[in-house]
Design a protein around this ligand. Structure first.
Ligand SMILES: Cc1ncc(COP(=O)(O)O)c(C=O)c1O
Length: 484
């Protein structure tokens, strides 16, 4: 019987590399140095897990990786061995995919976002974490009626990368009617959600090393895309009135910031609106310093009283504001229709980048969006959406007040999909997150948005209405368990 190789080594738990990658790398290295020759028998998964002090599932992943690379093979009855073929005279080498996967410039998603995605694969979880509308709040019925009434006849070739002209024309009236923004179709770029506008701006208008200001907390912290682009991030604290424009002046002096990213209306995650006086002051400071502002405005039309503050863009005399809108939070995130209103030179530059990236968004969702905006369904849908969101917000608030009267505080949002909740006693975020998961509830910890520990973002648009009260009861039981 062959002897099992001995692995005298321990993974480094403080390393940023995952444990299973470390194990796979180490075994591969030792095999290539000849320490474990072809045919040698490796320890069983259970034995190796014991030796290394890790879970068996971690060793299973490491072995899977090495098997996929053709470095080891496992046979029932004869265990896991170093492959013979791989090291013959004319070996066929499988590329080492995990080196490639780790080598790219685009950083992986944040730990909690990956954990949330994984948790939501399980049936029956109550989802307070996904920042989108539930099926009940989306206009599925209306869109399907429109599609039946208007068969698709458009030519399905590569379209203008700037976006489908009928949608851009529709957006000109939409922006004027609902957001007091006067523009033309040549100043609009259609993107795959607002997310792509943010991506294009970070990639095409900024360079590695550039400093930018973002709100604190901010949705932007949930996007490693800013770090992937090599940008240096500076914080603008959000108070109940929004950010303080004077902070921009000092950031500019100290750090030469080049751009400001804001979500001034029903901000994600806090739900706060930048107050009108500060909006004026902000535009003045930005124009004095010649600084562009990215106004990310996906939530304004969810305003529960139907009267959101006017966007910065509607007062932008100098063309300093790049305005981003989206269909995601008012209709359907899966259509992936977003838009940017910007000076023509910017639109042209970004449309050129779109052509290189993906030749522009598919015409199909663009046509659906154009029809929906044009139809008599749009306004009643918005009114219904606002009413249902307000109802859900109140359900959530009532449940939190009943279940956790002294343990949480929050400010009531007047629009948007989120409630930003502070847990009063000091708490370990990770324990609370995992304890809630065990009880079937998924929440987004505040650290995802760059905040200190002890905050939770509850999205009340995503779970079913009937799940909200139950979800809070389960969350409350998780919180009590952590505190005790
Ligand atoms: C403030 C903000 N901006 C942009 C996005 C991206 O949305 P989408 O790409 O679906 O339009 C989100 C999504 O949650 C958001 O909250």
């Amino acid at each position: 019987m062959s002897k099992v190789v001995i692995i005298m080594w321990k993974p480094d738990r403080s390393s940023t590399q995952t444990l299973y990658h470390q194990i796979a790398d180490e075994i591969e290295r030792r095999i290539s140095y000849g320490e474990y020759p072809p045919g040698s028998l490796l320890p069983s998964e259970r034995k190796l897990a014991e030796q290394l002090g890790v879970n068996r599932s971690t060793v299973i992943l490491a072995y899977e990786e090495l098997r996929a690379l053709g470095i080891i093979e496992s046979r029932t009855g004869s265990g896991t061995r170093v492959c013979k073929n791989k090291w013959e005279a004319t070996p066929k080498h499988t590329p080492n995919w995990h080196r490639y996967v780790e080598g790219g410039q685009f950083l992986p998603n944040l730990f909690y976002l990956r954990r949330i995605r994984e948790a939501l694969q399980k049936d029956g979880m109550i989802d307070f974490a996904s920042g989108e509308l539930s099926a009940q709040l989306s206009p599925g019925q209306e869109i399907s009626t429109l599609m039946k009434e208007n068969p698709f006849t458009e030519y399905l070739g590569y379209d203008n990368p700037q976006g489908f002209t009928p949608l851009r024309e529709e957006l000109v009236s939409y922006l004027s009617r609902y957001r007091q923004i006067k523009t033309t179709d040549s100043s609009i770029l259609i993107t795959s959600g607002s997310q792509q506008s943010l991506y294009l701006i970070t990639q095409c208008l900024l360079a590695p090393g550039d400093a930018v200001a973002i709100e604190d907390p901010s949705y932007c912290y949930s996007l490693p895309m800013f770090q992937s682009a090599g940008l240096r991030l500076f914080r603008l604290p959000v108070s109940p009135e929004g950010i303080d424009p004077e902070d921009i002046r000092s950031l500019y002096k100290k750090n030469r910031i080049k751009m400001i990213f804001l979500n001034p209306t029903f901000q994600n995650p806090t739900g706060i609106c930048l107050n009108p006086a500060r909006r004026t002051q902000l535009l003045n400071v930005a124009s004095e310093l010649g600084l562009p502002i990215v106004e990310d405005d996906p939530f304004s039309l969810t305003s529960y009283d139907g009267d959101p503050p006017a966007p910065l863009k509607s007062h932008d005399q100098l063309g300093s504001v790049l305005y981003i809108g989206s269909f995601s939070k008012i209709a359907a995130s899966g259509l992936r229709v977003g838009w940017m209103v910007a000076p023509h030179s910017v639109v042209e530059r970004l449309a050129d980048a779109r052509q290189q990236m993906d030749f522009g968004l598919s015409v199909v969702p663009q046509k659906i969006a154009a029809q929906f905006l044009h139809s008599n369904f749009f306004l009643p849908h918005l009114e219904q959406l606002r009413m249902r969101l307000l109802y859900r917000r109140d359900l959530l608030v009532e449940a939190l007040q009943t279940e956790l009267p002294d343990l949480v505080t929050f400010t009531l949002p007047q629009g948007g999909l989120h409630l930003w909740c502070k847990i009063v006693p000091e708490i370990n975020d990770n324990q609370l997150f995992e304890e809630a998961l065990r009880r079937g509830v998924v929440v987004a910890p505040g650290s995802v948005y760059g905040s200190d520990s002890g905050y939770i973002r509850f999205t009340f648009a995503r779970p079913k209405e009937a799940e909200i009260t139950l979800g809070v009861a389960k969350f409350a039981s998780a919180l009590r368990a952590v505190l005790s």
